[in-house]
Write a protein that binds this ligand. Sequence first.
Ligand SMILES: C[S@@+](CC[C@H](N)C(=O)[O-])C[C@H]1O[C@@H](n2cnc3c(N)ncnc32)[C@H](O)[C@@H]1O
Length: 320
Amino acid sequence: MSAAICSRAARAAHVRGRARRNQRNGALVDSAQFKASQAQWRKWYNFLSGSEKWLNIRGHEISGRDMLDWRFLNHGYEPIAADDVAPVLRPEDEAGRSSLQLYHHLATKAPLEGKDVLEVGSGRGGGSWYVARYHRPRRMIGMDLAENAVEFARRAHKAPGLSYQVGDALNLPFADRSFDAVLNVESSHCYDSIDTFASELKRVLRPGGVVLLTDLRPAQDMPELGRTFEAAGFRIASTQDITANVVRAIDRRSQDATNINAFLKSKALLSAWQMLVTEETAETFEGTAEDFFVTPSSKTYRCLVEREILYWTFVMSAPA
Ligand SMILES: C[S@@+](CC[C@H](N)C(=O)[O-])C[C@H]1O[C@@H](n2cnc3c(N)ncnc32)[C@H](O)[C@@H]1O
C-alpha cells in the first residue's frame, strides 16, 4: 500500500513546488514525497501485524494481529476487459477476492507449476498461500522484512511446499540460482534501492528465470523502474498499465462494510499512525491512515484516478 503522499507539513511546500514542477515537466506528485525509508516501512508493517505486547504498552485493545481474515496488504485488482475473467475461488478465499485477484493477474503471466518460486515482500502471506494452492509450485517461499507479518503468515497459512521467512529484498537470504520465478506485489516502492533489488534478483534466479512485479509509482517515475531492470540485464517481456483495474477494486471495496473499515477508525491504528510522524518521516507519514489504505476520499485515490500515480505490471526474464 502506498504512503500518504501529501502530508500536512509538506503540503505547503508541495503546493509551492507544484507550480515549479508543472512548469518544468508537468508532474504533480513529488517523487521525493513518495519515499519512506525501509526502516520506516518495517516499523509500520510490523505494527500492522503487531504483537499484543507492543499494543499493551500503549493500552490499546486491538492490533492487526486480531484481523485473522486479513491476509493481504494491497489495493486489489478488478478485471475490466471482456477477456479478463475473474478467477473461480474456494469459499475460504472469497473474503480476500479483491487483493487475491491482483495475485491471480500476476501469477497467470508465467507457468509456476512444479517451479521453485519466491515472493519478495509477502506481507501477511495470503498471496504466497494462494499461489501455493492454486498454481502448485514445487516450493513457494514468502519472504518479508517485517518479522510480525512473517509470524502471522506462518500461523495463518499452511500448504504443501509453502514456507515463510524474514529477509530483506536488498540482501536476499538465498543461494545463487535458487529460483525459477520471483513475485513482487506492491512492495518495491518501499525499497531503498531498486538497483540492488534487481541485482539480487539476478543472483538468486536461474538463467532465464522470471520476475513478475506489480506496483505503483508517481507517473514520472514509472519508466525508470523498467530501465533499472534493463540496466541490470533483464529483458522486459511485457508491461501493463493496471491503474484502472486498481481504482475499480478500491471503488468496489469501499462499498463493503468490512473489518478494514472498523480497523481504519480504531484508536490503535490512528495512534500508531501518529507515532510514525517524526520530523524526518513527516513527509511520508503525516497524512491520514485513509491515505495509506486508499479510500475514495484519499489523496492517493485522486492521484490514481487522475493518473498522477500509475500502477503497472512488469513481466521480465533474467539473462539466459
Ligand atoms: C503493501 S505491502 C504488500 C504485501 C503483500 N505483497 C500483499 O500484497 O499483500 C508491502 C510489503 O513489503 C514489505 N517490505 C518492505 N520493504 C521490504 C524489504 N526491503 N524486503 C522485504 N520486504 C519488504 C513490507 O514489510 C510489506 O509487508
